[in-house]
Design a protein around this ligand. Sequence first.
Ligand code: CA2
Length: 145
Amino acid sequence: MKILILNGPNINMLGIREPEIYGKETYEDLKKLVGDYAASRNVDVNFYQSNHEGDLVDAIQQAYFDKTDGIVFNPAAYTHTSVAILDALKSVNIPTVEVHISDISKRDDFRQKSYIRDYAICTISGKGLLGYNLAIDELLRGGKE
Ligand code: CA2
């Protein structure tokens, strides 16, 4: 099974600021944690992070041409704003799990809206970096191994 681990704006800043919300681990730590877990589950993972909405749209479209089986996606702030990203997901129709490191249900009002939630097969929020591994499990349960 081939999974894209896709992260939106500022996720590359993990561990650098706001550790009380997002923890002390860095984006490199995240890649190691998820990469090791994926290997243990015999899953082939690709990581991509961008601070740019259009680049995330391009990555979603590329996942279709690469015959990617599933997407683990933390759209970060674009969760709450981006119809373009929702449309890209709909256009490729690849099973997608929405992940948030923090529990967005307990945060600001503007974080309560998710354009991705209704499209995603499920949303994992507030489980820290472990949420990405739980998302892989969800895709393995729902997708082909
Ligand atoms: O909890 C999450 O994973 C979020 O998707 C993170 C986004 C936020 O806009 C969403 O509402 C919830 C923000 C990512 C910013 O990451 C930072 C990392 C270090 C320092 C500052 C921001």
